[in-house]
Design a protein around this ligand. Structure first.
Ligand code: MN
Length: 131
């Protein structure tokens, strides 16, 4: 299972995502603003980041740019989460360096598939133990 950093300022969405990810066996850390998200990603080196785009202090696009500009964090896959299912936001997110995109309300099946795909390609983070 993986360590997920959720950067989300909406308490309701936070609770919803937390419940789903914890049930799936992931460890989840939460940051409530973009700058805290950048700091926590540097400190905790999560396997993947779920990044809300509308965030206080610095927004999710700027937080993503900072993480992707830093050699210590640029390998961490980032999935953008946004309320606006608009092509412009999707393009903006990918341009900022996000590796994936999910619109709210979150389709957890789609999110999980995208997370699995990104976690599988991030092979220096995923260690499978033979049983
Ligand atoms: Mn938000």
């Amino acid at each position: 299972m993986s360590t997920v950093l959720l950067v989300e300022d909406n308490a309701l969405i936070e609770r919803l995502v937390l419940r789903r990810l914890c049930r799936a066996g992931h460890t989840v850390n939460v940051a409530r603003d973009g700058l805290a998200g950048v700091t926590m990603a540097r400190e905790s080196n999560p396997d993947i980041v779920l990044m809300d785009l509308g965030l206080p202090v610095i927004d999710g696009l700027e937080a993503t740019r900072r993480l992707k500009a830093d050699a210590a964090t640029r390998h961490i896959p980032i999935i953008a989460l946004t309320a606006h299912a608009m092509t412009a936001h999707r393009d903006e997110a990918l341009l900022a360096g996000c590796d994936g995109y999910q619109s709210k309300p979150i389709d957890f099946t789609a999110l999980r598939e995208q997370m699995d795909r990104l976690l599988a390609t991030n092979q220096n983070r995923e260690i499978t133990c033979a049983s």
